[in-house]
Design a protein around this ligand. Structure first.
Ligand code: ZN
Length: 102
């Protein structure tokens, strides 16, 4: 499943329209905390090493760009930009947001 469009809203939501017509609105900080890069996750154990306390409550993506045709990279307001968010990861974050909203 691929995103057709990604929109960054000033209020801190990341809107994703998927090729199956689904639209997700992901809370920016949640996406930041799910960063899969080697600075945020131990590559060997898979354990998350990013301390959420060090991530500002109002962290926002400033911009994004596609990585190949499989992932998206965000440039975050806290200066972080090394994470490649595979489309499957973004979709799973969308699933989690939906489950929480019922
Ligand atoms: Zn990271």
């Amino acid at each position: 499943m691929k995103p057709l469009s990604i929109e960054l809203f000033p209020g801190g939501l990341i809107g994703i329209r998927w090729e199956d017509g689904r639209e997700d609105f992901l809370p920016a900080r949640e996406v930041r905390l799910a960063c899969p890069c080697a600075e945020c996750v131990d590559e060997i154990t898979g354990e998350r090493t990013l301390d959420p306390a060090g991530v500002p409550e109002d962290v926002r993506p400033l911009s994004w760009e596609p990585v190949g045709n499989y992932a998206v990279a965000f440039r975050w307001s806290d200066g972080h930009s090394s994470g490649f968010y595979h489309h499957d990861l973004l979709r799973r974050l969308g699933d989690a947001t939906r489950r929480r909203q019922g």
